[in-house]
Design a protein. Structure first.
Length: 470
């Protein structure tokens, strides 16, 4: 049989499968539904175009979160995928029409022309897949709460500024009692008429027991301040909009708590938690995000450099001829995993003596903070890969051989901190001197321009009247 690859473009009901042979010849192009019958027909299609030794053709697709993919992987179909957003941007602006049949063929063509854009799909367990779903939703819920809290504060600034005095910028997204009080008294008029006992009752309705009276007294004093107000009708309309927005915010906060609990339950019963939980600075938030984006397939990354490159903590080199640039950060990476390792490295700086000494050693060599943190993250990624590949529990002595105690690390880091601070002062002083020299030179140039003699005045102006015809 010819050397073929099968492209898959998804739709809501199933997928478009295109069999592309050598030199881009389309041998088969048809839509199959996402049903058991459709899955059997697709598997028969793969077996039809398999090699004589039984090797199935490669499946090229965009995105992997479909039951179709799990059925094909369980049947032994090798698959590679690309980012749907990257594939869509690459095909933007082309004059040809867009159809599912053409997109399925384009995926195979792109995989042959630019294979670096595609990667082989891992095979995570169902538990890891569930952790990925809940962790990403929990992260999105935090962003949603922050967005809704910002919208609520913007609305309060328009008609109810006394509420901004009573509550800090973070209270609306973190304290349910703030939402309860503003829901009970959504307008300045109703808030000014509220008694101290009514505010305490609204706070206690959220289950809060401690520090209720001081909080109620602060809120009551803020509500009693005299402010400019809108007309009663318009103020009531503002209050109605605020109540609806606070209802959304309360639902988002409750959903965030439920998702965090779901993530905690699933991560604690996974074997990766037992491997990484002894690591200093790696709490539930970090380990859940690392597990969600890395997966639990030990064969996904052949070496520790593969995981470091995917996490964006491995440098890349710019070289052209005799020119060799300095290593820089990776622009193509797993952004969620990169952020997880960045947070882990920043936290390990406070709790891991080895990470602290490693960080300040690189700072002493002249590395800036982002570069040193990235190098600490590279070490943490190497340790993660080692634990997942060998099944060993995290060991600080293995990752940081000869690391001092926490007190010794802090003592050793203090001279380096002083050195870095002195360098910063010298750089700031040099920059200020440069700015001063530039400003003096600029002033001299302006003075020279203003000192130039003015042009001699014009003593005769030509006549602007039209000539007289004779």
């Amino acid at each position: 049989m010819p050397d073929v690859e099968i492209g898959l473009d998804w739709d809501e009901a199933g997928g478009q499968f295109a069999v592309v042979g050598e030199r881009g010849v389309v041998l088969h192009n048809r839509k199959y539904p996402a049903t058991p019958t459709g899955a059997e027909e697709v598997l028969a299609l793969f077996r039809e175009y398999a090699d004589p030794d039984g090797t199935l053709p490669w499946l090229v697709m965009e995105g992997t979160r479909r039951p179709f993919v799990r059925v094909l992987q369980d049947a032994g179909v090798p698959a590679i995928a690309c980012n749907p957003n990257a594939f869509g941007k690459r095909n933007q602006g082309r004059n040809d029409s867009k159809t599912d049949a053409k997109d399925a063929v384009k995926l195979v063509t792109e995989s042959r022309l630019a294979p670096e854009r595609f990667r082989e799909q891992p095979e995570p367990s169902d538990d890891a897949w569930a952790i990925t779903l809940f962790t990403r939703r929990a992260k999105n819920s935090v962003l949603k709460v922050t967005t809704l809290a910002g919208e609520a504060r913007s609305l309060l600034a328009e008609f109810f500024p006394a509420a901004l005095t009573a509550y800090s910028p973070l209270d609306l997204g973190q304290k349910p009692e703030a939402c309860a009080v503003l829901t009970a008294f959504p307008t300045p008029t109703r808030a000014a008429a509220a008694t101290l006992a009514e505010i305490e009752q609204a706070i206690r309705s959220t289950g809060k027991v401690r520090w209720v009276k001081p909080m109620a007294a602060k809120t009551h004093a803020a509500f009693q301040q005299e402010r400019l107000q809108y007309a009663p009708g318009l103020e009531a309309d503002y209050g109605e909009v605020l109540v609806g927005l606070l209802r959304e915010l309360k639902a988002a906060m409750d959903n965030r708590v439920l998702l965090d609990e779901a993530v905690r339950v699933r991560v604690e019963r996974h074997f990766v938690w037992d491997l990484l939980s002894p690591a200093p600075g790696a709490g539930m938030s970090v380990i859940s995000r690392v597990l969600a984006e890395m997966g639990d397939d030990p064969a996904r990354f052949e070496d520790k450099g593969g995981l470091a490159a995917f996490a964006g903590v491995a440098p890349k080199m710019h070289q052209s001829g005799e020119f060799t640039g300095t290593p820089g950060r990776r622009s193509v990476k797993g952004n969620r995993l990169h952020q997880a390792y960045w947070d882990w490295a920043s936290s390990a700086m406070l709790w891991s003596p080895g990470a602290m000494e490693y960080y300040w050693a690189h700072r002493a060599r002249g590395d800036k903070h982002p570069t040193a943190i990235r190098k600490v993250g590279r070490r943490l990624a190497n340790g993660t890969w080692h634990c997942l590949r060998t099944g060993e529990v995290w060991n600080e002595a293995t990752l940081w051989p000869g690391a001092p105690t926490l007190a010794e690390a802090k003592g050793n880091a203090q001279p380096i901190r002083d050195l870095v601070a002195a360098r910063r002062k010298e750089a700031a002083k040099a920059n200020s001197k440069t700015d001063l020299r530039i400003s003096k030179r600029r002033k001299a140039e302006l003075a020279a321009k203003t000192a130039k003699p003015l042009r001699a005045p014009v003593t005769h102006l030509p006549s602007l009247r039209p000539p007289v015809l004779r």
